[in-house]
Each structure stands twice: as structure tokens, then as C-alpha cells.
Ligand binder design. Structure first.
Ligand code: NDP
Ligand code: BG6
Length: 502
């Protein structure tokens, strides 16, 4: 059962920005609709733009109505708990004004001194804001909790992530820090933990003796969405693999934790990150990494231009919009099992999946399926959209002989008709309000993930031109990524929109 939250304020820095309007306020509103928030959980938006409370409420209403067109009056009720404060984000005076406003709201609504700060600003401010808060004692917990949620990107490499961790840990304890990775807030990602550790039947098979390869991918159909400024400096590996996909890999590959709590789970995923084989030479990278950029093509019936045609992208950019990497985990459980991780923009179909490809039986009795079609059991965990889990196996058709074919046994979230899938940000904001950081990335894990990725991005920064391939928009990616798998007799699963039927 969920506990009633204690009273306090969620202070969102960067409240005039895109993330607040599109994701954060809708998530908080959804919590309000489910009565997870009380009338004593207030929201204070902060940014430099000069807006009044009413201006801010009107802007937020516009955005909430997109997702909740039927809930006009509830939105108004909710927005009466929402305030806005313009400050100069770089000056002490700005924070003194903010502190006064927090005090005034606390007094007017008789709130406890609990403060959840959400940094939804450009990353350069992840230094500025926490140190200003600390100067005013807004990191001290003697009178109520003080927590800090930090948006990605958390650094751009291991050195900068360590530096940022060091900076934040001067003012806040690790238990006060919530480094958000919205993939960990996805219902299906959490279900992976239950699937793996509440079912005894999979555990004996979950290792190198029975699994041939694992595929973890987040294919996107969208392009840059006016984020060229950020994206062209970072690329797919930093944007998606260093964080979301490695976190997923951590959950797929981890040992059973001592307890289902933040400390134990995060210890186990950290061990996975520490055991991932590092790329030491150019040869390692060339053999195990494929990067590419999208070209013009047709996607879901629409003609789209190439990456280099996007506004804000450098004409000679070698930034990857697609990456496929073959990782190995050097431990007993996963010895020599390839973990293929891929992500790309403007691909044929949006789908995030974890695919476990089992080994074939040691001796093929039923030549029709096992020799000709090389049948192997496959378990697919569809993270999004059309969420579900499906296991394929071989059966015999009724009648003479051994005519066999492949069928599926599946669980589909759509069958939970009464339940809607909670948005990742909802769950994560609620967890932060409750002080549970299980689903947030710990400092050592973030640093370890950068340590895995750094040699690749450093190599690409010098040799991007030689390494980068292309793929047409609307395709399944470059052929070179298919070749990387076929070298070992493996093949990507290429998902379609209807999980139930594919
Ligand atoms: P926006 O550029 O839309 O908003 C940035 C916000 O920060 C604005 O409210 C801006 O308001 C404020 N701000 C304060 N100081 C500065 C400054 N010096 N320069 C620019 N803006 C400033 O960014 P997003 O909302 O898209 O992203 C916020 C954070 O969330 C970023 O770290 C981003 O990487 C991360 N993120 C965003 C995602 C998204 O889908 N949008 C997805 C995942 C992460 P004002 O100018 O009024 O001060
Ligand atoms: C963000 C990336 O973290 O995740 C985006 O910056 C990407 O480039 C997005 O589109 C994908 O999230 P989701 O939840 O739509 O899979």
C-alpha cells in the first residue's frame, strides 16, 4: 500500500523549458489525479523568464490539455497548487528571492520543510544551482528532507561525471541524490526484475550454457525533433547507450540481489558494468562497433531528409544517429555470450525490446525445423510500445509424421484492460518524494558506464569519418550491423508495430 506523502514543495528549475511542460508537469498531474499527491504537495517552477504565477499556469494548462483534454476543471484545481518564481540563476540575490518565496509558500499553506529540487536545466547549471542551494542551507535535512533530482546528461565522459559527482557530494549525501534515467521508471523495465527473480523456471537457463546471444535495443522512428544543438555534439552512444541501454543490460545480466532494495540491486548492476569487457584497441572497436547516420528515405509513408539536412547539424558532421555494439561480460554466468546493443533514430519501427536467444538443442531430432529453419527458442520482452513478453517454441502439427512449426506463448499488457501504463516520470517523481532511489542511477554506476563508453567515443571523435556508415530513413539500419551478427551466425530480431502478431 502506498503511504500518504508528507507535505512539502517540488521546486523545478528550468520550469519554462520543454521537459517541464511535456513530461514533468503531466507526470505530477497524473499523480494528483490518482490522489498520490495531497493538497499539501505544492509545485514551484523556477527559471529566468519573467512570468507571473498566472502566466506559468496558463502555459502549463495548454500543455496538460494536450494529454488530458477532458480534465479542464481538474487541471485548474491542480494548477492552484502550482507557482512560479523568476530568478537570476547565476546570482546569490536570485536564490535569496527564491528562499523567501519558499518560506512564504510554506507559511501560507502550513507545510513541512520538505523540498525536492528538480534540475531540468542545461547541464552547466548542475554546478551552479546545488552550490547556491547549499549556501542557503537548503541541503540540510534537520527540519525536513532536501533531495535533488538531476536530469541527464550526467557528464559527457568519465572524468566529467566524476567531477560532477564530487561537486554534488560536497553538499548532498548520495541518499539525497536522484540521477534520473527514465528507462528505469518504465513499468516493463521494472517487470524484468519480477520476471527474472519471481519465476524459478528461467533462472537455471539464464546463463552461457543455454543462451546463445542477447539483444537489447531501442529503435526510434523519430528524428532529431529540433534537438540538433544537443544531439550533434553527443550522438546515439552517449544519448542512449551510456545510460538507458546499459542500465537495461545491467538488469538483464545481474545476479540475484541480496534484497530487493536500492543498495542491493544497485550493487549487482554495478558488478555487471564492472565486468563488461573494455575495448582496448582500435581493432576491438572496429570489430565490435557499428555506427551510422540516416539518409533520406520513406518512413511510415512520409519522405524524410537526411541527418545532414537537419537544421543545426554541421554539413560535415560524423555524429552517429545509429549505433550497434557487441559487448561481452567477463564473468562465469555470461562467458562468451554476445550482448548486442543497438539504437537508432529514423528507423522503420519504434520498438524497445530485450531478446534472449536460446541455444539450439544439442542434437536435432526434427530436421524439418532444426536443420532447415535452425529453430531456437526465443524470449522477447517488449519494453515499448505494445508492451508484453513472448516465448517462442516448436510444436508438432496434428497428423502423421513430425510436421512441426513455431508458436508463441505470450503475456500482453493490453490484456490488463483496466490498467493504464504509468509514465516513467510519474513513478520516478513519486519514488523521489518517498526517498526511494532504487530506480535512479548511483554515482559509481554512472562512472562505470562512462568508463565502458569512453574509449569508443574517443576513438570515434578521431576516426568518425572512417567508421560512419549510412542507412536510409525508414530502414532497419545499416547492413554492416547485420554483418556484425552474421559473422557468428546470429541475426537481429527486427520488430514490427504489433507485438502480439510479430
Ligand atoms: P529547454 O532548453 O527547453 O529548457 C531549459 C530550461 O532551463 C528553461 O526553463 C530555461 O529557462 C532554463 N535556463 C536557465 N538558465 C539557462 C541558461 N543559462 N541557458 C538556457 N536555459 C536556461 O531544455 P529541456 O527542458 O529540453 O531540458 C532540460 C534538461 O533536461 C536538459 O538537461 C536536457 O538534457 C534534459 N532532458 C530533456 C529531455 C526532453 O525531452 N526535453 C529528455 C531528457 C533529458 P529560462 O531561459 O527562462 O531561464
Ligand atoms: C532520451 C533521449 O533520453 O530518450 C532521446 O535523449 C530519446 O534522444 C528518448 O528519443 C527516448 O525515450 P523513450 O522513452 O521515448 O524511449
Amino acid at each position: 500500500m502506498q503511504h500518504k506523502l508528507s507535505s512539502g514543495i517540488i521546486v523545478i528549475f528550468g520550469a519554462s523549458g520543454d521537459l517541464t511542460a511535456r513530461k514533468l508537469l503531466p507526470a505530477i498531474f497524473s499523480l494528483y489525479l490518482q490522489n498520490s499527491l495531497t493538497e499539501k504537495n505544492l509545485i514551484l517552477g523556477v527559471a529566468r523568464s519573467k512570468l507571473s504565477d498566472d502566466d506559468f499556469r496558463a502555459k502549463m494548462k495548454e500543455s496538460l490539455l494536450i494529454e488530458y483534454p477532458e480534465n479542464g476543471s481538474k487541471i485548474d484545481e491542480f494548477l492552484s497548487q502550482v507557482f512560479y518564481q523568476a530568478i537570476d540563476i547565476y546570482k546569490d540575490k536570485g536564490y535569496a528571492i527564491l528562499n523567501d518565496r519558499i518560506d512564504a509558500i510554506k507559511k501560507a499553506y502550513d507545510l513541512q520543510s520538505n523540498l525536492l529540487f528538480y534540475l531540468s536545466t542545461p547541464p552547466s547549471l548542475y554546478y551552479e544551482i546545488p552550490s547556491h542551494l547549499a549556501k542557503l542551507g537548503l541541503n540540510e535535512q534537520s527540519d525536513g528532507y532536501k533531495r535533488l533530482i538531476i536530469e541527464k546528461p550526467f557528464g559527457v565522459d568519465e572524468t566529467s561525471a566524476c567531477k560532477l559527482n564530487k561537486h554534488l557530494l560536497q553538499y548532498f549525501d548520495e541518499s539525497q541524490l536522484f540521477r534520473i534515467d527514465h528507462y528505469l521508471g518504465k513499468e516493463t523495465v521494472q517487470n524484468l526484475l519480477v520476471f527474472r527473480f519471481a519465476n524459478a523456471i528461467f533462472e537455471p537457463l539464464w546463463n552461457a550454457s543455454h543462451i546463445e546471444n542477447v539483444q537489447i535495443y531501442a529503435n526510434e522512428a523519430i528524428g532529431l525533433e529540433s534537438r540538433a544543438g544537443y544531439y550533434d555534439q553527443n550522438g546515439a552512444i552517449r544519448d542512449m547507450i551510456q545510460n538507458h541501454l546499459l542500465q537495461l543490460l545491467g538488469i538483464v545480466a545481474m545476479e540475484a540481489p541480496a534484497k530487493m532494495d536500492a543498495y542491493s540491486i544497485r550493487n549487482e548492476t554495478l558488478k555487471v558494468f564492472q565486468s563488461i569487457r573494455r575495448f582496448k584497441t582500435a581493432k576491438d572497436i572496429k570489430e565490435n562497433v557499428v555506427v551510422a547516420q540516416y539518409e533520406a528515405g520513406c518512413i511510415q509513408g512520409e519522405i524524410k531528409g537526411s541527418y545532414k539536412d537537419e537544421e543545426g547539424v554541421a554539413a560535415n558532421s560524423t555524429t552517429e544517429t545509429y549505433a550497434a555494439i557487441r559487448f561481452f561480460i567477463d564473468n562465469w554466468r555470461w562467458h562468451d555470450v554476445p550482448f548486442y546493443v543497438r539504437t537508432g533514430k529514423r528507423l522503420k519501427q519504434r520498438a524497445t525490446e530485450v531478446v534472449i536467444n536460446f541455444k539450439a538443442t544439442p542434437h536435432p531430432f526434427f530436421s524439418q525445423i532444426q536443420k532447415i529453419t535452425k529453430f531456437k527458442n526465443q524470449l522477447v520482452i517488449r519494453i515499448q510500445p505494445d508492451e508484453g513478453i513472448k516465448l517462442s517454441f516448436a510444436v508438432k502439427e496434428p497428423g502423421a509424421g513430425f510436421k512441426t512449426h513455431e508458436v508463441d506463448m505470450g503475456f500482453y499488457y493490453s490484456d490488463f484492460a483496466q490498467k493504464t501504463m504509468p509514465a516513467a516520470y510519474e513513478r520516478l517523481i513519486l519514488d523521489a518524494l518517498q526517498g526511494d532511489n532504487t530506480l535512479f542511477a548511483r554515482n559509481d554506476a554512472v562512472e562505470a558506464c562512462w568508463n565502458i563508453i569512453d574509449p569508443i567515443v574517443q576513438y570515434l571523435s578521431k576516426h568518425g569519418k572512417e567508421m560512419i556508415h549510412t542507412y536510409p530513413s525508414g530502414s532497419n539500419g545499416p547492413k554492416e550491423a547485420d554483418n556484425m551478427l552474421s559473422e557468428r551466425g546470429h541475426q537481429w530480431r527486427n520488430p514490427t508495430s504489433q507485438f502480439k502478431n510479430n
